[in-house]
Write a protein that binds this ligand. Structure first.
Ligand SMILES: O=C(O)CCC(=O)C(=O)O
Length: 336
């Protein structure tokens, strides 16, 4: 069965004002217009990785990872040009003809998430999100399936490989700071997630302009099943985070990396760090694009609360299981 992409629907609607198909209209309790916090947004911490005061970095990352589960990173060492190239080739891919994009379509019922236009989870009441995707692994090279990497533009592969290389250094630094923030040795988290075998899955979210952004959602509320997710958006805001019963906008900081604490870090830390509950809203006039990279343990890696963090007063709050079993339950909405 042919799937109609949101980008195609948006183009067809562009001459009509103020209408979107019924299946994109969220129930009132989910609609951004009714649920976005309207007052001054409390500041979500920013981590300056060039800060020579490691104790300060550790304190900041531990506090924001416990309170928000999200922070932005500046002076992270990923050159601006590398980010710009990643964004430029991704945008060019989505501007190709529909026919050319479909060459990379995720095969129906595939086990892997990789491919174009995929829908990750079944939604309640048949509702749809206002977004198209491209997913493919970017690290380690042995996990890359280049049939899902666009050949056009021709620099797509180089730009993505370059970005993945740079990101590895940032992720390693963040895992050290997160370990120190729990009073652990510096390499504990990195090793617990597989060390050099940590896997990086890139997703490009393409949110076309939406005639009724007040009624639709780009990505529905969720936490990430990864250990960490590192995201770069284009300059159109849209990411929102849920805290203290409110949906807050995450502000756009040019060239910053947005870091989500994922479920595996929450589990490993036995709940000290929080996996961030978040969603994405869409824009009336402008295309929003985001590039999250989900950094996850290899599928056979067993993850559970670290024994160093569990005792009689603090019993384990989560099951210990293989990452692939966690992923299966999460994708199929089964209890963990
Ligand atoms: O686009 C964004 O800012 C958020 C994307 C996201 O949460 C996701 O793709 O899982």
């Amino acid at each position: 069965m042919e799937v109609v992409r949101v980008q195609t629907i948006a183009t067809t609607l562009s001459n009509k004002i103020d209408t979107i198909p019924f299946e994109f209209i969220r129930p009132v309790i989910e609609q951004p217009a009714h649920t976005t916090f309207a007052g001054p947004v409390p500041e979500i911490p920013t981590l300056d990785l060039s800060d020579p005061d490691t104790d300060n970095l550790v304190r900041t990352i531990a506090k924001t990872s416990s309170e928000w589960g999200l922070f932005q990173v500046v002076n992270h060492g990923v050159p601006v040009d590398v980010i710009k190239r990643l964004q430029s080739v991704g945008k060019e891919f989505f501007e190709l003809s529909q026919e050319e994009k479909e060459l990379y379509a995720r095969p129906p019922n595939a086990m892997s998430l990789e491919g174009y236009g995929t829908k990750l989870q079944k939604e309640v009441a048949g509702k749809k999100a206002w977004v198209d995707y491209l997913f493919h692994n970017v690290w380690p090279p042995s996990r890359n399936n280049y049939k899902f990497w666009p050949k056009n533009p021709s620099s797509y592969r180089e730009a993505n490989e370059e970005y993945a290389q740079c990101l590895r250094e940032v992720v390693d630094k963040l895992l050290v700071l997160l370990s120190l923030g729990l009073g652990l040795e510096r390499n504990v988290m990195r090793e617990a997630f597989g060390g050099d075998d940590l896997e990086y899955l890139l997703k490009i979210n393409y949110y076309p302009p939406c005639p009724r952004p007040d009624l639709a959602l780009g990505v529905v509320p969720h936490t990430d099943m990864s250990a960490l997710t590192i995201l770069v958006p284009n300059d159109v805001p849209g990411l929102q985070v849920f805290k203290d019963d409110h949906w807050f906008d995450v502000n756009y900081i040019p060239n910053a990396l947005i870091v989500h604490i994922g479920d595996q870090v929450e589990i490993l830390s036995n709940g000290k760090y929080k996996s961030v509950y978040h969603r994405a809203i869409v824009n009336k006039n402008r295309v929003r694009i985001s590039w999250p990279v989900f950094c996850s343990p290899p599928s056979d890696m067993v993850v559970g609360p670290l024994p160093q963090l569990v005792n009689e007063e603090n019993p384990a709050k989560y099951k210990t299981k293989k990452y692939k079993d966690y992923e299966y339950c999460k994708l199929n909405k089964l209890p963990q």
